[in-house]
Design a protein around this ligand. Structure first.
Ligand code: AMP
Length: 577
């Protein structure tokens, strides 16, 4: 293995005039050591001022830990990389990983303790590390996993222990330095004496702090749209209810809040680019949308936005999970496009034939969009849109959206401009707070003291997916039951006891309960991988109404988890009002 790397050595662009990667690694270590944001910005500013013009953007991206695209390397693959680079076994890697919980530190450890270092070993440049990582997603087809492993292992074989730590973390997208976008922005401002607000505005148009830094260094910030280059998208705020959202605007437009994936389509002649909400280029994954956009967007140049849904053969929306398979897929794309067809629902236009439309009112943009999109029903169409201030009509539309298995409504101000990258209250999302779950009781615990004669602490399970068998535990309701409820439950549950171990009883899964909760959290404690926060008993279901066959599935729990994450943008759901 080492020889192979040595043969390749001369192909690798080392040191030369580019910044050494070790300078970045040392900077990362300093950043990790300080919790202070101001200090972090100072440390980064110092790094940026050391960069040459041609390497500034890549150094900024590397220091951000997100290169602007998914590298397509799973954690498991990194374990293989470490094994290959240092000639260690699976169990050695696992052992160290259990100790540190960080594959970066695992690589650093083996690097430090490696038996031999190649004589041809020379220092890595930041540019070489960046270029190697940049090429990873384009390695596809047969043997691509091995080639990816080889590429990263090759980097590690030439890395110092500290460099190895950060190369691995960069590949995993977890630099762990506490450097958010705001710190990068402040560092650029400091390094090149620029105004923070101006930098932010430029970022909204460029969508990449690497490019922003280049412009900042040249002294000319240009907040301009360019077809083919992603723009940061406008965001929605949450409204407490439909009535409040309608009252917020003099002239509201209501649209279905589709449960899909936001996509911007850029068109310049025959050239099409598709970007995700996070500005990842997803053009390759959706060839049928590229084709439709070429034929059915009636403009020489434009940037339009909408939500993509996965649909079944009857063009009925499917759960988001199906769509995410399309997004992640990098090969056999045509086959996948047939298996999981999609539907584009347009809701905005921000650029048309050389004109930036962001300063136009939504009313005008929507009219232009209607003229621009030649609809192909079920495939390539305008979002369902209703202009009303009437609560009854709005409620009907809201229910219609939920019946269509969509998330609710977005209520938009028809008089508002488009604000890239911002939540400024021009769009309000209205969606239900989390629905309760119907779960089956699969176990319980005898109480203590006064409560010893009652079964409490219910072990709750949802229906597993096919591969998991029947029921899967997803939480425990430890407290909050009244004595009366415990009395009723004990009566129902006692005849169902299958096994007793101390206080714990295992039950035949027959009793179904409706459970309200504050939040669904990820949890390794339960086989579903999810737990309920503050579960509370809403009612014991009548078996005629709901039996164990009717309880919610693991798929439902995952879906609710996702909805809640999106509702808050951070993973915490707003409290029920
Ligand atoms: P959230 O992700 O919950 O903040 O909601 C905003 C997201 O809803 C947007 O980024 C879009 O991906 C999605 N969305 C679905 N339907 C629409 C629509 N009609 N207008 C705007 N955004 C929509």
């Amino acid at each position: 293995m080492c020889c192979k790397f040595e043969n390749n050595f001369y192909k690798i662009l080392f040191l030369c005039s580019f910044m050494r990667y070790s300078i970045l690694a040392e900077t990362y270590e300093r950043l990790e050591a300080t919790p202070k944001k101001l200090e972090k910005a100072d440390v980064l500013a110092e790094l940026y001022t050391k960069c040459k013009k041609e390497e500034l953007a890549l150094v900024v991206r590397l220091s951000q830990g997100y290169l602007g695209f998914d590298l397509g390397i799973a954690r498991q693959m990194i374990k293989e990389v470490v094994k290959k680079a240092y000639g260690v076994s699976d169990s050695e890697v696992m052992h160290k990983f259990k100790e540190t919980g960080d594959l970066g530190s695992v690589a650093e450890y083996f690097d430090k303790h490696r038996k031999q270092r190649s004589l041809a070993h020379k220092e890595l440049s930041a540019e070489h590390v960046y270029e190697t990582l940049r090429k990873l997603p384009s390695l596809s087809g047969g043997g691509s996993v091995e080639r990816k492993i080889f590429s990263v292992a090759e980097l590690l074989s030439n890395a110092s222990p500290l460099e190895a730590r950060y190369i691995v973390r960069t590949v995993l997208g977890e630099l762990r330095m506490g450097v958010a976008a705001g710190i990068i922005r402040d560092a650029i401002a400091k390094a090149f004496s620029q105004d923070v607000k101006e930098l932010e505005r430029t970022f909204d148009f460029l969508g990449d702090y690497g490019k922003v830094a280049e412009q900042a260094a040249s002294g000319k910030l240009k907040a301009e749209i360019e077809v083919g280059r992603p723009v940061r998208v406008m965001l929605a705020d949450r409204s407490p209810g439909l009535r409040e959202a309608l009252e917020a605007f003099e002239n509201p437009a209501l649209e279905l809040k589709y449960d899909g994936f936001r996509m911007a389509i850029h068109k310049e002649g025959n050239e099409i680019w598709l970007y995700s909400r996070r500005n990842e280029n997803v053009t390759k994954q959706f060839p049928e949308i590229v084709e439709l956009a070429r034929k059915h967007l009636n403009a020489r140049e434009c940037i339009v936005e909408g939500e993509v849904l996965a649909v079944d053969a009857d063009r009925k929306p499917l759960p988001f999970q199906r769509l995410s398979r399309r997004i992640q897929r990098k090969h056999d794309i045509e086959k996948m496009a047939k298996e999981i067809p999609v539907q584009m629902n347009f809701f905005d236009i921000i650029y048309l034939n050389g004109k930036n439309l962001m300063h136009e009112k939504l009313r005008t943009r929507w009219e232009l969009l209607k003229k621009m999109v030649r609809e192909v029903k079920g495939k390539f169409q305008l979002a369902e849109h209703l202009e009303t201030k009437n609560l009854r009509e709005a409620e009907k539309f809201y229910r219609y959206s939920l019946n269509q298995r969509q998330e609710g409504l977005i209520v938009k101000n028809l008089e508002a401009v488009y604000q890239p990258g911002k939540r400024v209250g021009y769009w309000l999302k209205v969606k239900p707070i989390l629905e309760p779950l119907d779960l089956v009781v699969v176990g319980a615990e005898w109480g203590e003291g006064k409560r010893a004669r009652w079964l409490g602490s219910l072990h709750l399970a949802c229906k597993g997916n096919k591969e998991h068998g029947k029921f899967l535990e997803t939480g425990k309701m430890g407290s909050g039951l009244s004595e009366e409820q415990m009395e009723v439950l004990t009566k129902k549950l006692r005849p169902l006891i299958l096994e007793e171990h101390g206080k714990n009883v295992k039950l035949k899964p027959l009793v179904v309960v409706e459970i309200g909760y504050e939040e669904i959290q990820r949890s390794p404690k339960y086989p579903t991988g999810f737990a309920l926060r503050f579960p509370r008993l809403l009612r014991i279901r009548d078996p005629e109404d709901k039996g164990p066959e009717d309880v919610n599935t693991l798929g439902d729990v995952e879906r609710f988890f996702k909805i809640q994450k999106r509702a808050s943008g951070k993973g915490k759901v707003q409290k029920a009002k």
